[in-house]
Design a protein. Structure first.
Lengths: 331, 263
């Protein structure tokens, strides 16, 4: 086994996804703490040459492009087969994946195949006295666990979004780009991806957002989420919700933040008409700053919010949207 | 169609937990334990497949003796059989170890579909389902929000929520599925169901009786170890303002600029 730290890169439209770049930061921190470990980005896909360059400028030492038509779309079987072969051949010390649909699906499968140690939903990784240690929320964020890897062999960590910064691009920095030979038989892939229906939104995805604007029961109806969309567009934020709007059918399930939805940790979480039930806190209490707007001065979320505004969201949010636009305009 | 549903008993998420002073875990006394929330959705999915195609739903759990209560919840919902693997040697086992135990038991049962919750609400790991699929050498579809089996019960079309969209996947059976909460609305156990579940025998197995030994799946084989558990950093209430809408908007903009520095 060598000391290298691998990042399994997800990409779209020829560029690495934000979460994958955050993993490069994480990998640099771990590799720097060890001895002579290199940061290795592994890029599975079809026609991925373009992705490689961006990883070098952001801090990867080596980029493997695993290019194959059968890797065009993510499948558990296809990606697991290629990665298992690569990891067996190269035996890096650590493999990082993002806690998103792909990483959550793939990492356990791969860990089981390789007998690798696996820690999911990591909020941080560090080397303490030569041992790789992760922190992660447990019990719906009512506790934070420190978990260490033990035994020998590859260790896989699945890291939550927004835990590490996107490394700055250094124009003159280059990675060594290598082509990884993919041996993949179509028969290996047992599932068929019929289609990926993209949902067009005017706001950015939750997973990539530095600011999240979120609505709760206090939004009163689906039509009022347009107010949050407008505010989010002005801020460059994503829109989410607590559980009641999802259960009422006002917004789709992928909006949901909380115990039964997504976990987010943005710089700013702006909660509109959300009382702050424990089920919701489980998904957002790791946010850097929390702002809450609620009519009810006794809303539990005010106990956690850095800024609490008691008032009517239907009056405040439109004014806030205008004020943000003014603050952002160059004049 | 033979359906196996994996079940875990976990602390009720509605109630607070108490972390042991030494950080080794949580206090068990006074803890209200329930079937993992997502496993209710998994059980429901199994019952619906049985309703469509006939067959049987068998619940399998790995855990202490008390985990039988979670299995009884599933039996009361309508599952046919329940199996608990319980062994002191499983103390300290990691998720891969638990998946290995489940796979060993399930391999001895007829299984056209194996269904798990997408995560359990205690560890939040989401490891067991896909690892189980690997050990059983079956295809997998995780965190599914829609499931429609074909007329012959030999495959299914499922929807998975992915970033920015929905993946529509066809999965041949036998397969391992892990389920999202939006898949279905779990039924409540009926009173007769509860009465019947009380009388049902829950088959109890040990590691030895399934042909496994502690060094291969127990604490000694674990590749991850909990070092310590701590309360999350306490957040303090900040400033509260109660002003007219213009002033409130101005206060938020000032906060975004000066404190959060995102404007």
């Amino acid at each position: 086994m060598n000391q290298d730290v691998w990042v399994v890169v997800e990409h779209q439209q020829g560029a690495p996804k934000k979460l994958s770049l955050e993993l490069v930061s994480c990998a640099r921190a771990i590799a720097g703490a060890g001895s002579s470990g290199k940061v290795v980005a592994f890029v599975p896909g079809s026609g991925v040459g373009q992705v490689a360059g961006a990883l070098g400028t952001r801090g990867a030492d080596i980029v493997y492009t695993a290019d194959h038509p059968l890797l065009q779309q993510y499948t558990t079987d296809g990606y697991a087969a290629v990665l298992a072969e690569a990891l067996r051949a190269e035996s890096p010390a650590v493999v990082l994946m993002g806690a998103a649909a792909q990483g959550r699906d793939l990492a356990p499968r791969l860990a089981a195949r390789l007998g690798a140690g696996l820690i999911t939903d990591c909020t941080g990784l560090e080397v303490r006295e030569g041992v790789l240690v992760a922190t992660r929320p447990l019990y719906t964020r009512k506790a934070i666990g420190t978990v260490r890897f033990s035994g020998s062999g590859t260790r896989i960590a699945v890291v939550l979004p927004a835990m590490y910064p996107v490394p700055a691009a250094q124009a003159n920095r280059r990675a060594e780009i290598r082509s990884w030979p993919v041996h993949l038989d179509a028969k290996t892939i047992r599932t068929v991806v019929r289609e990926v229906k993209t949902i067009q939104r005017e706001t950015i995805p939750l997973i990539e957002a530095d600011i999240v604007v979120s609505g709760g029961r206090g939004m009163k109806g689906p039509e009022n989420f347009a107010l949050l969309d407008a505010l989010a567009r002005a801020l460059g934020a994503a829109v989410g919700s607590s559980r009641p709007p999802v259960d009422s059918g006002w917004v789709p399930h992928d909006y949901e933040i909380g115990q039964t939805g997504k976990t987010v940790s943005p710089q700013v979480y702006l909660a509109c008409g959300i009382s702050g039930a424990p089920q919701h806190l489980a998904g957002m209490s790791g946010s850097k700053y929390i702002i809450a707007i609620n009519k009810d001065p006794n809303a539990p979320l005010f106990q956690l919010a850095d800024l609490g505004v008691v008032g009517d969201i239907f009056q405040i949010v439109p004014k806030l949207t205008e004020a943000v636009k003014r603050a952002k305009s160059p004049s | 169609v033979n359906i196996v549903v994996c079940v875990k008993q976990v602390p009720d998420t509605e109630a607070p937990i108490r972390i042991k002073p030494d950080g080794s875990g949580i206090e068990e006394t006074g803890l209200n334990l329930v079937m993992n929330y997502y496993d209710e959705h998994a059980t429901e999915a199994g019952l619906r497949l049985r309703g469509q195609f006939g067959g049987a739903v068998t619940l399998v759990s790995v855990g202490p003796e008390r985990a039988k209560e979670a299995l009884r919840t599933g039996l009361a919902m309508g599952a046919d059989e329940a199996i608990l693997v319980t062994d002191p040697a499983l103390e300290g086992a990691d998720h891969l170890g638990v998946a290995r135990v489940l796979a060993t038991v399930i391999a001895t049962l007829p299984h056209d579909v194996v269904i798990c919750g997408k995560i359990s609400t205690d560890d939040n790991a989401g490891i067991v389902g896909p690892a189980l699929a690997e050990y059983l050498n079956l295809p997998q579809a995780t965190a599914i929000a829609y499931l429609e089996a074909d007329g012959s019960g030999s495959s299914a079309v499922v929807h998975r929520e992915v970033e920015g969209g929905v993946e529509v996947l066809q999965v041949p059976f036998p397969a391992v599925l892990t389920v999202e909460r939006s898949l279905n609305e779990p039924r409540y156990p009926s009173l007769p169901g509860i009465m019947k579940a009380k009388r049902k025998e829950i088959k109890t197995l040990t590691l030895a009786s399934v042909g496994l030994d502690a060094p291969s799946v127990g604490g000694a084989a674990a590749r991850t170890v909990l070092v310590t558990l701590a309360a999350p950093p306490k957040r303090k209430a900040g400033r509260i303002v109660e002003e007219d809408a213009d002033q409130a908007a101005a206060a938020i903009v000032a906060f975004l600029k000066d404190e959060a520095k995102v404007l």
